[in-house]
Design a protein around this ligand. Structure first.
Ligand SMILES: Cc1ncc(COP(=O)(O)O)c(C=O)c1O
Length: 421
């Protein structure tokens, strides 16, 4: 059990006033993690044990923990602005929108900024319904789009069912990933507002798309009068080696939804990037969608700095080097542990490690944390571990990850062969 006295106290209190089941689950896994110091690829627990962050909170820490440039931008920003006023335009909002549009396909014309990924998905769906005057949303049964109302109903329906919000089948259709025939069958009803696709479904363990999948999604959606929304919350922001992963697959969506890493790990920010059609509501009633923290000025300053960093050739070079390094070394580990590590899924530094056991991803998560690496199983397929370094990780750290993974693979294989898991 990894636990300090102080962490034990925090967990005991958390069980009472924070989240009893989460606390019980972490205890069952054998660790009571409370984060202490953090910097770059590393964080410590309260006893000073060091962990390499290979989850990066799904991309929140794309630029590492407490990135010094982001931190400085936030501090400098606090000297001159605050959240600002969501009613008024501002130079910081314009600056961020210009940078997001410059990094997006040419058809993109407007940006609407919010605070969380789920909130941005909700907004994108609303914009599509307004633009098309239709209501149905087609999405992947294996996707996760967030915990807000619409996003939750568009994702794997189990979560919505848990909250007694079973999606109305007239409004939501969940289809299988990589199944274009099923998509077309639903589109033929001619009542779909949008096809919402998580470019590589994270919570399903990053199964890779079939060839031309996203281009076909785009073509079919348009053929039947629907918009195509790409959920790039996990796959965007250079993680695939390109700004947007859907563009790497040569698809041009009508809306791109981004979040997580846009925050720089400091200030919650998300955005819907839209073409003219998707943004039509803003020419009809610009006050129709507001919230107090839309496009906060401090958030825009932080997100602008994130985009400045992502644009640097050295960052792209590092991502390409990490991609190659993990490709080579994970192949070696797969060879060595071939009975347990049955598949390595990879697109840039989006990675999923599929094991032979239905709970192998969970076992690997537990074994890794004991070896000083934090990575999270895929919730909808616990045989898989999500593996996401930050984009600036150095080679020395990447090497440590591989050697600790080697050890953890043996331990996890051992674990799944015992009946207690
Ligand atoms: C692909 C995807 N979309 C949307 C979301 C929702 O983002 P948020 O948690 O910021 O609401 C998530 C969160 O994990 C996600 O993984």
């Amino acid at each position: 059990m990894i636990m300090s006295k102080e962490a034990g106290k925090i967990y005991a209190e958390a069980a009472k006033i924070w989240n009893p089941d989460r606390v019980a689950t972490f205890k069952k896994f054998g660790f009571e993690m409370v984060m202490g110091k953090r910097q770059g690829s590393y964080f410590e627990d309260l006893d000073g044990h060091e962990y390499i962050n290979m989850h990066s909170n799904g991309g929140v820490f794309n630029l590492g923990h407490r990135n010094p440039e982001i931190r400085q931008a936030l501090i400098d920003g606090m000297d001159v602005v605050d959240a600002g006023n969501h009613y008024f335009p501002s130079r910081y909002k314009n600056e961020l929108n210009e940078k997001l549009l410059a990094a997006s396909p040419e058809n993109m014309k407007y940006v609407f900024t919010l605070n969380g990924g789920g909130e941005a998905i909700d907004a994108a769906v609303k914009f599509a319904r307004r633009a098309t005057k239709r209501q149905r949303i087609i999405s992947l049964a294996c996707a996760f789009h967030g915990g807000t109302g619409i996003a939750m109903q568009a994702g794997n329906p189990k979560l919505a069912e848990f909250f007694n919000m079973t999606p109305d089948p007239k409004l939501y259709t969940h289809i299988a990933y990589n199944n274009l025939e099923q998509l077309e069958m639903v589109l033929k009803k001619n009542d779909t507002a949008a096809v919402l696709i998580e470019t590589i479904p994270a919570t399903a363990g990053f199964p890779m798309p079939i060839e031309n999948y996203h281009r076909e999604v785009q073509r079919l959606a348009h053929q039947y009068g629907a918009l195509y929304i790409a959920d790039e919350v996990q796959t965007g922001m250079m993680r695939s080696g390109q700004m947007w992963c859907c563009c790497k697959f040569k698809a041009v969506p009508d809306m791109i939804v981004t979040g997580k890493g846009l925050s720089g790990g400091y200030y919650p920010m998300s955005a819907v990037i839209m073409n003219d059609e998707a943004a039509s509501w803003m020419k009809e009633d610009g006050f129709a969608h507001t919230s107090s923290f839309n496009g906060t000025e401090l958030g825009c300053i932080v997100a602008s700095k994130v985009l400045d960093i992502l644009k640097r050739p050295a960052v792209k070079q590092n991502i390409d080097q990490l991609t190659e390094f993990f490709q080579l070394n994970l192949a070696k580990l797969q060879q060595k542990h071939r009975e347990f590590l049955v598949e390595v899924r990879q697109c840039g530094v989006i990675m999923g490690l599929k094991t032979a056991h239905p709970l192998g991803g969970q076992a690997l998560m537990v074994a890794l944390i004991k070896n000083g690496v934090w990575a999270v199983m895929a919730d909808f397929d616990k045989s898989v571990l999500q593996f996401k370094p930050n984009l600036l990780m150095d080679q020395i750290t990447a090497k440590k990850v591989i050697s600790r993974l080697d050890q953890a693979l043996s331990e996890a294989q051992q674990m799944v062969s015992t009946p207690s898991l």
